[in-house]
Design a protein around this ligand. Sequence first.
Ligand SMILES: [Zn+2]
Length: 538
Amino acid sequence: MKFQKVAISDLTVALHERGFSYLRRDGRGRLRYAGELRLKQRNYPCELAILPSLDDFPRVWLTPVPPGRPEIQPHLSAGGYLCYLAVGSVIFDSFKPIEQTMACLDRAEQVLEDILAGKMIEDLAEEFHITWGSSWCMVDVDERRPGALEAYTFGLAISVATDDKARTREKLEAIGMGLPKTELSAFLVNTKAEPMPLQDSWPPRTVQAFLKWQNTLDPKCSKKIEQRLLEMFRAKVTRSLVIVDSPKLQYGIEVELKRDLPGIGQKPSPREILYRLPVHRISVCRMDDKHLAERNLPGSKTLAGLKIGLVGCGTIGGYLAEMLAKAGAGTIGGTLTLADMGSLEPGNLGRHRLGFDALTKNKAKAMCDELKRVAPGIDVVPVGGDVKNADLGPLDLLIDATGEQGLTDWLTWRYADKMPFLAAWVEGTGAAVRAIMKAKPEHACARCVSQPPLKDQYRVFDVPPEVIMKGYGCEGLYVPFPASTSVQAAALAMEMVQAWLDGTESPSFRTRVLDLNREVHFKDCTPQRFEECPACAT
Ligand SMILES: [Zn+2]
């Protein structure tokens, strides 16, 4: 029997039993109810907004905000909005909207009880960003060192601060903005203190109030800001942007350094004027490469600053190149070298990262162009000729995604004793993907495990699948498998790159089986090299 949707009228009845009455539909089509949150001491009038689809948490406003309280409360906005659940922290079960709504009201009552008892003050730090800026600054700064920054403004609503104008311009042009012409004097200060709003006077509206607040967090930082602002004031700077870099987030202020304030008396000192100037609170939107690469892997290392080489920009290498770029390759002083002598043909398109617009172009060059498009500012270098005639080193890591055993052997012979060397390939028919990392002399290379006598020991399946080639004539032969197989090979290689970066002890030879109908013979492991292997002899 199919589940019958709960009717709005059923919810209205249930809410009525809890003392709520239906008011109206609001401007966004939500159902509004009025009632009370019932706390131990007394009840607080509130309004609810509920989506007519009954598939989301009710939103709760206190009507009115309890009077005589500090200016800001954790989880309670100035407009009375009560944040009793972090969005995304719990999933609303839309099959049980009545029970879920009632549970939400219970939770809202508990949270309000705690707020009024002053129990949740620490949470104010986490809500800082909501109460802070009304303007934005895009910050593209690699080195978070204190000192002057270049900054530009689009007007009061958006500005941008950078330590590399050319790179930031590329990023802004990629989103159709470009670097604005108006310059700002900007500087960055570091602090270990997380910003914590002041409950009795918030937010700071003048330089003096801002410095006073900073002084409660980190007196040294406050002094530094005051000193720098005064220097700028004396140097006749007209507008100044201050970025405060704290461990978890950056935030800032912008100050128009006016000198003629009305009603301030005869010959005021620069400090007296400065203190009375209004501040614009600035929220920071980080767009620096370090943040982009490590944001999803806190505590892990990135490829930023390293020299990475990738040979093979075909079906595996194309996807892998993009993953390497997203992990920070080619940023903050690092380079990503892409090598491939082939051109993109129509037959490649069905399983290649690149598209129609790259047809007939050299794959390495086209992939470089694509990475510059998706990761502006990246330092990526194409090697379009025969890789055997190129000198790729010195590198921190070389990756082979050619899937050509002969070339893999040659690259191993040429480079594997000088740098960590990772090879990834699709096994035969696409029934599995494999990758092997040779980062130590005693570890096996791709040739060690794919030639006798070790070949049999490390085969993937009990019975190796028959390789079927498609295509006409000896020129057009290829092994048929879908893009999903190449993506899995690239993903396996990327997992091993990350493990290498983080220094995790993990198998150097890994396989992902894609054909689940076959008996698997292999387990991920770290094979020792075959002493007589001609490719990886040292
Ligand atoms: Zn070997």
